[in-house]
Design a protein around this ligand. Structure first.
Ligand code: NAD
Length: 483
């Protein structure tokens, strides 16, 4: 298996290498085999990428929104036409089953390019009449944006950041996660093919130090990070020193609340999707499943029944529904949490064993009898570990659901419509679901409250985070100075 790109970085419209950078070994998580070997960006590569982006941005902003949008929409079409190849690559880069990558990765990247491509021409300001005088506002780009990605949705993250940035007239330097460096390079290639100027969307590889170099760089105007809350705090602080704009898409420990009157199949389906999709490596997962006492036994029984049928295996096989964890390190973290769950007294209701095959596989896990103060109920695990917590009343569950520093997502399953809205209204979370879980179409804002983040991705809301307003006051009457 060889997925070696022409070189590690894509800067100023072409692949470039600097072998002095620290090595990055890219591994297929389903068998541990190395599929590519890259180098982390040296300071020279970082400089070149930022300089190319600045030069391209100066040109790009002179194009009309319609022209910019056309490039993005062409890129979306190219991605759709190559979906199978891109999904095949993504599956090797991340270990996620082809069944998922075929419908949730490159395609959602294409959705973002299409959506923001469509919006690009409508980014206008306002005319504000002031008697005989008047003012107008212009929506102008921020300049050069840095995108820093996590490893769970590499293509999607590159597009969710790149599409609104470019639509608003910015350029981008994107650094993928060191665990999944390959697919963003393909997006950079495709954008060039779609007509983007060289340097508009650059991809440089690297570990945290390269991300930090971008966040601190004086010629970067905005930093958009998808990563853990701990990394977010560091990146936010260094961006603040340079008064840079930020978008922070960070971790979660989200509640999914199932009331007695919920449709059992829908609630179980929501909990499965919201915990085991992408082998549990989804930031918005509803990992604290609060189940009302009247439905708890039936819920758990059906949950275990459906979990036991999940097909785990080679992610390249389209029958496979669950692949390995992304890395040996992530598997180790998950194993640590499973051990903590058992040691702190939660009941292991299903799974948790390692699977006897090469690669970073673990069975999905369901813990029941979980209490709010247990480590598995407090910390983000980022693996297929679901906690079931029992509750009695609406007020009680809302207080418990909100008792966390994080606030990315929340879900409610109930057939009582007024209760659904009442409960959602009181939950401190940025992205909420009623009788569903983890839907993320590009048309709706996505992002977190509290320590889960700052800003929103997707939808018209993202425009606010990739552009700024310039206000122009126009006096038509004489200036009356009192001096
Ligand atoms: P991570 O925080 O370890 O790394 C994220 C990115 O930041 C990587 O590219 C990494 O190289 C870089 N980085 C690390 N240290 C840095 C520093 N000091 N300065 C600048 N960049 C630095 O996260 P991860 O393990 O790649 O991903 C998992 C985390 O991401 C989870 O917490 C998950 O919830 C979160 N996540 C959030 C969203 C969202 O949209 N809210 C989506 C996916 C993942």
């Amino acid at each position: 298996m060889n997925f070696q790109p022409k070189a590690s970085h894509f800067v100023n419209g072409a692949y470039i290498e600097d072998a002095n950078g620290a090595p990055i070994s890219c591994v297929f998580p389903a068998n541990g085999e190395e599929i590519a070997r890259l180098h982390s960006a040296t300071p020279e590569i970082v400089e070149l990428a930022v300089k190319s982006a600045r030069a391209a941005q100066t040109q790009w902003t002179k194009h009309t929104g319609t022209e910019r949008g056309r490039v993005l929409r062409r890129a979306a079409d190219l991605i759709r036409a190559r979906n199978h190849d891109l999904s095949w690559l993504e599956t090797h880069d991340t270990g996620k089953p082809l069944q998922e990558t075929i419908c949730a990765d490159a395609t959602s990247g294409a959705d973002a390019l299409e959506y923001f491509g469509g919006l690009a021409a409508s980014l206008t300001g306002e005319h504000i009449p002031l008697g005989e005088d008047w003012a107008y506002t212009k929506r102008v780009p921020l300049g050069v944006c840095a995108g820093i990605g996590a490893w769970n949705y590499p293509t999607q993250i590159a597009c969710w950041k790149g599409a609104p940035a470019l639509a608003c007239g910015n350029a981008m330097v994107f650094k993928p996660s060191e665990f999944t460096p390959l697919s963003a390079l393909k997006i950079a290639e495709i954008l060039i093919e779609a007509g983007a100027p060289a340097g508009l969307f650059n991809v440089i590889q690297g570990y945290g130090d390269v991300g930090a170099a971008l966040a601190q760089h004086p010629d970067i105007d905005k930093v958009s990070l998808t990563g853990s809350a701990a990394t977010g705090a560091k990146v936010y602080a260094s961006a603040a020193a340079g008064m840079k704009h930020v978008t922070m898409e960070l971790g979660g420990k989200s509640p999914l609340i199932v009331f007695d009157d919920a449709s059992l199949e829908d609630a179980v389906g929501g909990a499965l999707l919201g915990n085991f999709y992408s082998t549990g490596q989804v930031c918005s997962n509803g990992t604290r499943v609060f189940v009302q006492s009247g439905i708890k036994d039936r819920f758990l029984e059906r949950l275990i029944e459906r979990t036991s049928k999940i097909i785990i295996g080679d992610p390249r096989d389209e029958e496979t529904q669950m692949g390995p964890m992304v890395s040996a390190r992530q598997l180790e973290i998950v194993e640590g949490y499973i051990a903590k769950g058992k040691a702190e007294g939660a009941t292991l209701a299903y799974g948790g064993a390692l699977i006897d095959r090469d690669g970073f596989f673990v069975q999905p896990v369901i813990f029941s009898d979980v209490h709010d103060d247990m480590t598995i109920a407090r910390e983000e695990i980022f693996g297929p570990v679901m906690s079931i917590l029992e509750f009695e009343t609406e007020d009680e569950v809302i207080a418990r659901a909100n008792d966390t520093e994080l606030g990315l997502a929340a879900g409610v399953f109930t057939s009582d419509l007024t209760r659904a809205h009442r409960v959602i209204d009181r939950l401190d979370a940025g992205t909420c679901f009623i009788n569903s879980y983890n839907d993320a179409p590009v048309e709706i804002p996505f992002g977190g409250m509290k320590k889960s983040g700052v800003g929103r991705e997707n939808s018209k809301a993202a425009i606010e985070h990739y552009s700024q307003l310039k206000t122009v006051f126009v006096r038509m009457t004489p200036v009356e100075a009192p001096y």
